[in-house]
Design a binder for this molecule. Structure first.
Ligand SMILES: *Cc1c(COP(=O)(O)O)cnc(C)c1O
Length: 362
């Protein structure tokens, strides 16, 4: 036996590393990134501020100023606070670790965001996936039955959901939050909130067991790694004990503070992406052999539904034309022959649509 065989957990050794393909030279539409950058003027001003940041010091561990700016600008209810994470991936991990009592379970609709199940496994929690309905909407009776059976410590609802892009029925989500009650936490993951036009943030004061989680990643700041979550102060106090003390670095803190003074820029970018999403959805409806699902996010899930060709073949033909999307067909049987494409600039979207049409016809 080697050292790694002796020491590393068997379930970790059995995993394959999260694979991120090298996208240089590709039109990159696989990761829900915002295609827009800052104006040269804003870049210069940000550069000046980053240049004078105190790199020799640890960040101020309370992050009081940044948290206050987030609360004030992002619709956090008055008097409510947030905990910050190195991306919301870290927040998911913090909540998982804080709740990992022996036998505790995590519940989420599937197909869903892969980190829910991964973080559960790393923290030693059992993950229970409840399949969506065939049309990829929430199966409320199945969710309620699973909650009764498993009494999950954590239930995730992504609003809108990834990789499907749809908003679950808000009334059904409220029923789930009530059904879980004080036996568990419900995390509403609003990673795509800038594109969704709806939010559970204002519902926080109504529910002791609700956590609303967001990230700046899909908003155009994926590179700085910053997520935040709000919940009752009693819960936030506990999560803060698990959070690594300096988890948000000084450069991220400065950049986020700067961007919160320029939310108009990010809002305008999100608005352009929402408009492009509608353009793309109507283009999809005119292409034979594909079916796009409704989207409230900055990506579109579509199914290849043409005789004699699979989703994977279309994925590969797109790759051959230097267009990278995400092949989600193997994630779950509900997603057979499905691909997921990020909504980008009009120019990149046009390249994608042309490549898709030629892939379907070759
Ligand atoms: C992208 C994504 C996240 C992760 O965001 P980071 O802040 O970049 O870690 C969380 N939840 C969902 C549903 C996502 O799609």
């Amino acid at each position: 036996m080697t050292v790694s065989q002796n020491i590393i957990r068997a379930d970790v050794r059995a995993l394959s590393a999260y694979h991120v393909p090298d996208a240089s030279g590709f039109v990159k539409l696989d990761a829900m990134e915002n295609p827009y950058t800052l104006t040269p003027e804003l870049q210069q001003e940000l550069g000046r501020r980053l240049g004078s940041a105190a790199l020799n010091r640890y960040p101020v561990p309370t992050y009081a100023k940044l948290k206050a700016a987030i609360c004030a600008k992002q619709g956090v209810p008055a008097g409510w606070d947030v905990v910050l994470g190195n991306g919301s991936d870290e927040l998911i991990s913090i909540v998982s670790v804080a709740c990992a009592k022996p036998g505790a379970k995590v519940l989420a609709p599937i197909p869903g965001f892969v980190m829910y199940a991964m973080s559960a496994q790393f923290a030693g929690l059992e993950f229970v996936g409840v399949p969506l309905k065939k049309d990829l909407t929430l199966d409320l009776p199945a969710m309620l039955a699973a909650i009764r059976e498993h009494r999950p410590a954590i239930t995730y609802l992504a609003y809108p959901n990834n990789p499907t892009g749809n908003l679950f029925d808000a009334q059904a989500m409220l029923e789930i939050i009530r059904a879980v009650g004080d036996a568990g936490l419900v995390i509403v993951d609003e990673a795509y909130q800038p594109f969704a036009g709806d939010s559970f943030m204002s519902k926080l004061p109504e529910f002791d067991n609700l956590i609303v989680m967001r990230t700046v990643s899909k908003l155009g700041l994926a590179g700085i790694r910053l997520g935040y979550m709000s919940a009752s102060q009693a819960l936030l106090n506990e999560f803060d004990k698990v959070r690594p003390p300096y988890n948000v670095n000084v450069l991220t803190e400065v950049t986020a503070g700067f961007m919160l003074d320029h939310t108009d820029v990010l809002d305008a970018q999100a608005s352009a992406i929402r408009a492009e999403r509608e353009v793309m959805l109507s283009s999809f409806s005119e292409i034979d052999g594909v079916e796009a699902f409704p989207s409230a996010a900055n990506f579109i899930l579509f199914r290849v539904a043409k005789q004699g060709v699979t989703g994977t073949q279309i994925f590969e033909r797109l790759l051959a034309q230097k267009v990278l999307v995400k092949n989600v067909g193997k994630m779950h049987s509900l997603l057979d022959n499905c691909l997921r494409v990020t909504v980008s600039t009009p120019a990149e979207n046009a390249v994608f649509l042309a490549a898709l049409k030629s892939s379907l016809n070759s």
